[in-house]
Design a protein around this ligand. Structure first.
Ligand code: ASP
Length: 349
């Protein structure tokens, strides 16, 4: 967990020490993990999700099945800001986005999907059963129902209800924050892609990448998007090439954080292209974040974006703009949560 005061100090420090085009980078050596099979996923919820993926990977199953099964665990958890337990949009509705991609460039996604518990499974069905890549809104819901997914009740979880009520007091819709602080009554800052909740870092997204025993890569991503977003807002997570991209010959990448900034630079695709031309997973993530930093200039002090990546050799890496981003790794020999390197640094406690 990260101490908020330290985090804010670090952000201030970060902005002061940032000279355009030249940013201070945390000095931790890159963590290189190599293995087959392996699974990595964003944030601390990734630890549990990885276990789900491992049930498939450890039996020699396909990476695509592993990444679907893994993130379903997070979608199931009503205490997490992913899935139907998450924060609503500013009109009070939870709307979900998800995407999935395999080693053959097969991909599927759903966006602005309501009242369906497992958007990742609907994304998989879009991939497997339709000639399309993406379905949105009512059409996505209709498809889900036709595929036998139950239509859940339109009801906020107790946590989301509390946060929403708090937010409604001001209905303050301002620019996004970094891992925004907890506010009175357990609410969060508006439009926060990652934030403190009940004293713990929380987030709206889980992204997962896996390599199976055959060396094939796949990825998945599922999210409620940004809390208290405008109705109809869709972030990077369901957009292939932005929130997720997999190319079995070059690598795979998934993002978290402020989706608008990831979309602008076709984030995950850009990371994979860097790996294609020889960058390590961590270096590739870092390079694309540098692009965002150049574009956003001094506004970068208020926004968080992070990428995790894996290359065809089974090496993994990650990078974030601000500290506080963690990712979970599971291989045959290791299972742990790692603090990703970042441009602007505060020490996790
Ligand atoms: N990337 C997600 C979005 O912007 C949010 C997140 O990662 O927490 O929709």
């Amino acid at each position: 967990m990260i101490n908020r005061r330290k985090f804010i100090q670090a952000s201030a420090l970060g902005s002061a020490s940032m000279i355009l085009g030249k940013v201070a980078t945390a000095n931790t050596p890159p963590l290189t993990v190599k293995g087959k099979p392996l699974v990595i996923s964003t944030w601390d919820a990734g630890l549990e999700a990885n276990k789900g993926a491992w049930e498939v990977l450890s039996k020699g199953g396909r990476a695509i099945d592993a990444v679907e099964k893994g993130v379903m665990i997070t979608e199931d958890s009503m205490n997490c800001c992913v899935g139907l337990g998450a924060n609503p949009d500013r009109d009070g509705y939870v709307t979900l986005d998800a995407s999935i991609m395999d080693e053959h460039f097969n991909c599927g996604s759903v966006a602005f999907l309501e009242r369906i518990k497992h958007p990742i499974c609907v994304a998989r069905r879009v991939m497997d059963k339709t000639p399309h890549v993406m379905l949105v809104g009512q059409g996505a819901q209709q498809f889900a129902i036709a595929e036998g997914f139950p239509l859940e009740e339109q009801k906020l979880s107790p946590n989301a209800e509390k946060s929403y009520r708090e937010w409604l007091k001001t209905s303050d819709y301002k620019s996004p924050g970094i891992n925004v602080e907890k506010t009175q009554g357990g609410g969060h800052g508006p439009f926060a892609p990652a934030r403190l909740q009940n004293g713990e870092w929380n987030h709206d997204t889980i992204g997962m990448l896996a390599m199976d025993t055959h060396g094939n890569l796949s990825g998945s991503c599922t999210t409620s998007g940004a809390g208290f977003k405008m109705r109809g807002r869709v972030g990077d997570s369901p957009i292939i090439g932005a929130g997720l991209f997999v190319d079995n010959e070059a690598g795979a990448c998934v993002s978290t954080g402020l989706g608008e900034e990831v979309i602008r630079v076709a984030g995950s695709h850009s990371v994979v292209e860097m790996m294609r031309y020889g960058a390590s997973p961590e270096a590739a993530c870092k390079k694309v974040l540098e692009r965002i930093i150049r574009i956003k200039k001094d506004k970068v002090k208020d926004l968080q974006v992070a990428f995790i990546a894996v290359n065809p050799k089974g090496q993994v890496g990650a990078f974030a703009i601000h500290s506080g981003f963690q990712y979970a790794i599971k291989t045959t020999t290791m299972e742990k949560l790692v603090n990703a390197n970042s441009f602007f640094k505060s020490k996790p406690q």
